[in-house]
Design a protein around this ligand. Structure first.
Ligand code: ZN
Length: 138
């Protein structure tokens, strides 16, 4: 069995954003030489997510509006976590959108369903953060 590990780095200039990282994950599979196996992709920060859904801007706008209703950023004083911090909402948004995805690798490609793409979800940006890609297989 082969294994492959890589950290993808991001520095999002805004507090919140969704970034399609499918191409970068596929590049990791290409570099790994693994044809059959599993790819794990996870955020290495507790205020960011990795998830799979459609690459459709209206949907991403809807996610952001929905998450802001669930856990509004302002007023920051509404959260107990925000004693010396202002990112309680980002922890909650990450919890809803998830930590990681696992995707089958078949024939050297991400074995997706229709319209599936992998996204990095940033909820407390403007600093360097990492995503781990781990691939196992042969
Ligand atoms: Zn925090």
């Amino acid at each position: 069995m082969k294994t492959y590990r890589k950290e993808l780095w991001f520095e999002i200039p805004t507090r919140r954003a969704f970034v399609n990282i499918t191409g970068q994950v596929q590049q990791c599979i290409d570099d790994s030489g693994i044809r059959e196996g599993l790819a794990l992709v996870n955020a290495m920060h507790i205020t960011a997510s990795v998830f799979i859904n459609d690459d459709e801007p209206g949907l991403h706008h809807d996610y952001d509006a929905w998450l802001e209703k669930l856990a509004p950023h302002e007023p920051v004083s509404q959260y107990r976590h925000n004693v010396g911090e202002d990112n309680a909402d980002a922890h909650m948004k990450r919890q809803v959108m998830g930590r990681e995805v696992v995707v089958a690798v078949t024939g050297g490609r991400l074995d997706f369903g229709t319209w599936e793409q992998i996204f990095y979800g940033e909820f407390d940006g403007r600093r360097r953060k990492r995503v781990l890609v781990k691939i196992i297989g042969e």
